[in-house]
Design a protein around this ligand. Structure first.
Ligand SMILES: CCCC/C=C/CC(=O)SCCNC(=O)CCNC(=O)[C@H](O)C(C)(C)COP(=O)(O)OP(=O)(O)OC[C@H]1O[C@@H](n2cnc3c(N)ncnc32)[C@H](O)[C@@H]1OP(=O)(O)O
Length: 243
């Protein structure tokens, strides 16, 4: 699955919906057993959630958007397919969450390709299920520091803290993901799938139980004047970087 939403693979509502439909199609076709998730945008895996979907819109839109974000995470996190990410670019916040939801992560060895949950740098807060996914991957202490400081880890550090499983030269990221896949596909499918579910269901269930409340929290939070202002300032900074 090659993500293509130029220039930065931001996860707009339309793009999230496209990803969901693609995932559902692959999951319902018995011929498919695995997905390698990568990017078609040079140097960028994903810039995360689309800030334009969270800025200057109405509460109904925020609720619709957040429901789609939840759905994408739940579907990827619990997918019965083997999902491996071949991370071939910088990968922020919501994009990092998507990679963390995979079964295995290969990152291209380029110091520019940092990844992490950097929400605090925008003045926003990673929701509890973003946090849980990170804690499940790197452990509580590393997650606590990374989340508070909004750290984006370059490849060597991402490997060291366990945010990714392998770092390889840039031209080998896809072939390394394919080689890894062979090991996962050699395991009896039902045993691997049930074990994945055993490990992940409690985390997913936390969101499933509080899904509506989580949407309401998001809408309330994102609609606050101070948060809208912080997002506008951040977007402005991104634009000014060019001048
Ligand atoms: C309770 C609330 C919880 C909400 C949770 C939110 C989680 C998130 O995912 S928030 C999003 C966090 N993402 C980021 O902080 C990444 C921001 N982007 C960047 O740092 C850079 O764009 C980049 C390193 C990814 C790429 O840099 P590059 O120099 O190649 O490109 P740019 O010139 O910066 O960007 C091109 C173009 O794209 C716009 N853009 C970038 N990121 C986003 C985004 N996340 N959403 C919407 N639009 C984005 C950027 O403004 C540029 O637009 P213009 O061409 O119109 O200037």
């Amino acid at each position: 699955m090659k993500m293509r939403n130029p220039p930065v693979n931001s996860l707009s509502l339309e793009f999230l919906t496209e990803l969901l439909i693609s995932l559902e199609k692959l999951e319902s076709d018995k011929a498919f057993h695995a997905i390698i998730l990568t990017s078609d945008c040079p140097g960028i895996f994903s810039a995360g959630l689309d800030l334009m979907e969270m800025c200057g819109r109405d509460p109904t839109h925020y609720a619709e958007y957040w429901k789609a974000v939840q759905e994408l995470w739940l579907r990827f996190y619990l997918s019965h397919l083997v999902v491996i990410s071949a991370i071939n670019g910088v990968n922020a916040a919501g994009g990092c969450l998507l990679a963390l939801s995979c079964d295995y992560r290969v990152l291209a060895d380029n110091p520019k390709y940092a990844m992490g949950l950097n929400e605090t740098l925008l003045g926003i807060i990673a929701p509890f299920w973003f946090k849980d996914t990170l804690v499940n991957t790197v452990g509580h202490r590393t997650a606590e520091r990374a989340l508070q400081l909004g750290l984006l880890f370059p490849p060597a550090e991402a490997l060291q803290v366990g945010m990714v499983d392998k770092v390889v030269p840039e031209d080998q990221v896809l072939s390394a993901a394919r080689s890894e896949l062979a090991q996962w596909l050699a395991i009896p499918g039902h045993a691997r799938q049930l074990t994945k579910s055993l490990m992940r269901k409690p985390t997913a269930d936390r969101l499933l139980k509080e899904r509506d409340a989580d949407i309401q929290n998001f809408v309330r939070f994102i609609s606050r004047d101070a948060i809208q202002k912080a997002l506008r300032v951040y977007l402005e900074k991104l634009k000014q970087k060019k001048t």
